[in-house]
Design a protein around this ligand. Structure first.
Ligand code: FES
Ligand code: FES
Length: 80
């Protein structure tokens, strides 16, 4: 597996987050349960990004895995 993350999709995933709940965003791009980690990163240099939702809301989590503001989409997918 290379050092660059796999592009799961060139668009964010809308997800309903629950305030106070902890999530593990897939950083490697290989999870079958996008945008969350399913353990597929094992054996690579990637680890999931753990974060806790600060509000109950719909969030747009990065699907391209190249966002500078991961786990959130920052629009970088448009230039890939
Ligand atoms: Fe991608 Fe775990 S499956 S970080
Ligand atoms: Fe990755 Fe938008 S989906 S920056």
């Amino acid at each position: 597996m290379s050092d660059a993350p796999h592009i799961a999709q060139k668009a964010p995933y809308p997800v309903d987050l629950v305030e106070g709940k902890t999530y593990f965003w897939c950083a490697c791009g290989h999870s079958k349960s996008q945008p969350f980690c399913d353990g597929s990163h094992k054996g690579s240099t990637f680890t999931p990004l753990k974060f806790t939702a600060d509000a109950t809301k719909t969030a747009y989590l990065c699907g391209c895995k190249h966002s500078a503001k991961a786990p959130f989409c920052d629009g970088t997918h448009k230039s890939l």
